[in-house]
Write a protein that binds this ligand. Structure first.
Ligand code: NAD
Length: 460
């Protein structure tokens, strides 16, 4: 590590979305001087005014505090970023390409080349975005090609594991930190750039495990972790399919197998599956990369993981038709003339993120089957209405549920878990509910007179 007492490196974060903005704000909170950069002018203006452009618990307050403290600022000027920073973190999006499963690296490319051109002094560029293995080597070549001759800029990779909804906590108190590096200098500077985070851990009597490794391993840690998590979810959802056919209860099954520490009970809740801006695209990009590397067979199971996940979304449509006594035509169930309340639009609670959201995907399928769909979500309404315009957006649970023939709970927001089935029972047209997340108390709902169905559980 670099000698203690050295001045703290100045940090920049390129891309101020869910990942980059959270990092910029939290590292300013840790005491670093920080600049956040984005090509999205509107986003930068909002952040500069103290407004977080997305929903993340606790982040607004930290943003305003650190703007006021003078350690944090936001810019669209690459010159300013290059001039200021000792360590530049690349946090731009790496979405799935429109023409296939692979990751679109064009944002990484433009951020890195844009930055490199202006770097006239030694600095470290650290990739945090989730990328296919091999990207760090490519970024290094980009830097060599575009940075002015004598700058001595180096590259490192430090993948990120934060979870939306817990992002502040995950950034300040990570369960591990991965440094993919090629030089002692890079490791030393990365330690300095995380020193305040390690110091915080020490004062709280915690340890943050640090893994120092090569580029390829560092890149793979992230996609391997996501592949494992996606597999765990699809595993229990496959068990839910079996339970539905066999008349068993997947919630009991999950609890019972989860007592085995080797299995563990986390991420073992059957439901309508995973979504969001990470898991679905990451497992697809991982398969595409394995193909390129000539080892496509190794990840063929991830294709099944994806299929299981997609089938769970369709299952809600099928259950809706069963509950509403609707016929199945050649194109699936016909739900025309029915009114369905969809509670939840975001891919998980405590976020406004609707990227590849299972809840919205189900809502869209229901509308395509002819149902009139009324959606309510505590935070995701704006994003959702841009994605699925065929539905009606309601102002509250009560608005959405009033007159509904069926209620589908598709994101496990606290507000839905706490809803009173007796009260809702008074305003619906039919007391029928599908719990797509196994988050409601079946006994309470049934006692209030509801016909209650859930994923992987018996009808009674
Ligand atoms: P996001 O879409 O919220 O943010 C990406 C940002 O990059 C946007 O604000 C966009 O304007 C900006 N951008 C695009 N091109 C740019 C450029 N050339 N220069 C500067 N900024 C540019 O995405 P996100 O969720 O923050 O994800 C970013 C990366 O982090 C992805 O690779 C993702 O897989 C990874 N990641 C995300 C999470 C998460 O929970 N969101 C967790 C771990 C890893």
């Amino acid at each position: 590590a670099a000698p203690s007492g050295a001045p703290r490196p100045r940090l920049t974060f390129l891309g101020t979305g869910y990942l980059g903005a959270t990092y910029a704000i939290c590292f300013a909170e840790l005491g670093y001087e920080v600049i956040g950069f984005d090509v999205d002018q509107a986003k930068i203006e909002r952040l500069g005014k103290g407004e977080v452009p997305f929903h993340e618990p606790g982040l607004d307050e930290l943003l305003r505090k650190n703007l006021a403290g003078g350690r944090l600022r936001f810019t669209t000027s690459m010159e300013e970023v290059a001039e200021f920073g000792d360590v530049h973190f690349i946090c731009v999006g790496t979405p799935q390409r429109a023409d296939g499963m692979a990751a679109d690296l064009s944002y990484v490319e433009s951020a890195v080349t844009g930055l490199a051109q202006h770097l006239h002094r030694k600095a470290l560029i650290v990739g945090k975005s989730t990328v296919p293995v091999g990207t760090a080597e490519w970024v290094e070549q980009l830097v060599r090609r575009h940075a002015p001759g004598e700058s001595g800029v180096e590259v490192a990779w430090s993948p990120e594991f934060l979870q939306e909804g817990f992002a502040v906590e995950d950034v300040l108190r990570p369960n591990r930190v991965i440094f993919g590096v090629k030089s002692e200098w890079a490791v030393g500077l990365l330690y300095e750039a995380h020193k305040a985070l390690f110091d915080l851990a020490t004062t709280e009597d915690r340890e943050v495990p640090v893994v120092v490794t090569d580029f390829a391993t560092a890149e793979l840690v992230k996609v391997a972790a996501n592949a494992f998590l996606a597999t765990k979810i699809s595993f229990i959802n496959a068990m839910a399919e079996i339970c539905e056919a066999a008349g068993a209860d997947v919630t009991m099954l999950a609890r019972s197998i989860g007592y085995d520490q080797r299995i563990g009970n986390k991420f073992l809740r059957a439901g309508i599956g995973f979504g969001g801006g990470c898991l679905p695209k990451d497992i697809r990009a991982f398969q595409a990369r394995a193909q390129e590397l000539g080892v496509g067979e190794a990840l063929r199971f991830l294709h099944e993981v994806d299929l299981i996940n997609q089938r769970r979304r369709q299952r809600i449509v099928q259950l809706s038709a069963e509950l509403l006594d609707r016929p199945f035509g050649p194109n699936g169930p016909d739900l025309s003339g029915t009114r369905i309340a969809v509670l939840g639009a975001t891919f998980k609670p405590n976020s406004d993120d609707v990227r590849d959201s299972p809840a919205l995907s189900v809502a869209r399928k229901l509308t395509r089957s002819g149902a009139d769909v009324y959606i309510y979500d505590p935070e995701g309404m704006d994003n959702a209405s841009r994605e699925v315009s065929e539905a009606t957006y309601s102002k509250s649970i009560v608005d959405a549920v009033t007159g509904a023939d069926l209620v589908c709970v598709l994101t496990e927001w606290e507000e839905f878990r706490n809803a009173d089935p007796a009260v809702l029972g008074e305003i619906v047209a039919g007391k029928k509910v599908i719990d797509g997340r196994n988050c409601l108390d079946a006994t309470v709902w049934r006692r209030a007179g509801w016909e209650f169905r859930a994923m992987g559980r018996p009808a009674q």
